[in-house]
Design a protein around this ligand. Structure first.
Ligand code: NAP
Length: 337
């Protein structure tokens, strides 16, 4: 095989705020040779997740920060082009931990084979049938523990995770209210996904008043995707023994000096619980989770959106859409074969 050249986006310096092309430039380098037990995959899909912004910062996280000069870590789906392992063979399509790059060299033991002829678009394994759907499912059901008749409030509700959370909460018989950043997103979650109400947080004014109006019986479960002032307002609307499931704090990711929540004392006032989680906590149950999500999907009970952007060189501007809210659902980079 002639030498493969890899375009790779890497961390040149830690972003002070929104990542710039100076923070995350690219280089064209020879593809790393696979050691014993490793394989090279030619990436077809790259998942763009808000968490990646956290890994660019040198702070304690659930996995190590990306080191300076290392490629930007990401989940990928690709085709094996060379294998030094019995676990995967040339031509296999796999999902792996990879990076914002054309080729990834990684341990085959960490690669999950996907059936490209199953009729399920491969990109779905990064969205509704992948980490996104699993985050919504386990975060809501295991951490939020919704009961029929309760009120569930979700932020970033038209996003990849939030839109699934709201639909699962509806299936549990809950009153479901979503907060999102445009009229179009609010219409989508109420008119098409079945949320009971939506709050456009960019135009509603007083968050606390808007939540109280949309949740007349108070909030039993707050699924927090954003942190910041929306979390503070939601805390003021909690019911007794309510649960706050902290999934992510996207409003703070580009602002290291963002103030912390002021209203956590409401946990005392309402004997409420707050719990953070990462989807990796549930790795042993991923099979069960994918089965449940697939069942709902096939029964027409789950809808989802993917925004697929061609090509690798759009990876950084694509990633930034997560932070200005211009993404429509799960954001994925495609590198056509
Ligand atoms: N714990 C886990 O294992 C786990 C796994 C996956 C994701 N997450 C977290 O889940 C959250 C959603 O991730 P996702 O992949 O589904 O992304 P997403 O919701 O599809 O996209 C991010 C959305 O966040 C909203 N947003 C951005 N900045 C905001 C701000 N300052 N205030 C309020 N909303 C803002 C935007 O929607 P609007 O137009 O509505 O503003 C944007 O579309 C993130 O916090 C992420 O870190 C956690």
């Amino acid at each position: 095989m002639s030498e493969l050249i890899n375009r790779q986006y890497y961390l040149a310096k830690r972003p002070a705020s929104v990542p710039t092309p100076e923070d995350v430039p690219f280089r064209d380098v020879p593809v790393a040779k696979p050691a014993a037990g490793e394989a090279i995959i030619r990436n077809m899909y790259i998942s763009l997740d808000p968490a990646i912004r956290g890994w660019m910062s040198d702070v304690n996280n659930y996995i190590d920060p990306i080191a300076i000069n290392d490629p930007i870590r990401s989940s990928v789906i690709g085709r094996v082009v060379k294998s030094n392992s019995d676990l995967v063979a040339e031509g296999d399509v796999v999902m792996s931990l990879g990076a914002w790059e054309r080729y990834t060299t990684a341990p085959a033991a960490g690669m999950n084979k996907l059936d490209e002829n199953s009729g399920i678009p491969l990109s779905n394994f990064l969205s509704v049938l992948g980490p996104t759907g699993l985050t919504a499912l386990f975060g809501l059901m295991d951490v939020g523990k919704p009961k029929a008749g309760e009120t569930v409030l979700v932020s970033a509700a038209a996003g990849a995770v939030g839109s699934i959370v709201g639909q699962i909460a509806k299936m549990q018989g809950c009153h479901v209210v979503g907060m999102a950043g445009s009229e179009e997103k609010c219409r989508w979650i109420t008119d098409e996904l079945g949320f009971d109400a939506a709050i456009n947080y960019k135009t509603c004014g007083d968050y606390e008043a808007a939540i109280k109006a949309a949740c007349p019986n108070g909030v039993d479960v707050y699924f927090d995707n954003v942190g910041g002032d929306i979390l503070d307002a939601a805390l003021m609307c909690l019911n007794r023994f309510s649960r706050v499931a902290v999934c992510g704090w996207i409003s703070t990711y580009n602002d290291a000096d963002a103030p912390g929540p002021k209203n956590l004392w409401q946990l005392v006032a309402e004997s409420a619980t707050i719990q953070g989680f990462v989807v990796l906590d549930y790795v042993e149950r991923f099979g069960e989770g994918v089965g449940q999500l697939a069942e709902w999907l096939m029964a027409g009970k789950l809808q989802f959106k993917e925004e697929i952007i061609d090509d690798l060189d759009n990876v950084l501007p694509g990633f930034l859409k997560l932070f200005d809210g211009s993404n429509q659902g799960k954001l994925i980079i495609r590198i056509p074969e």
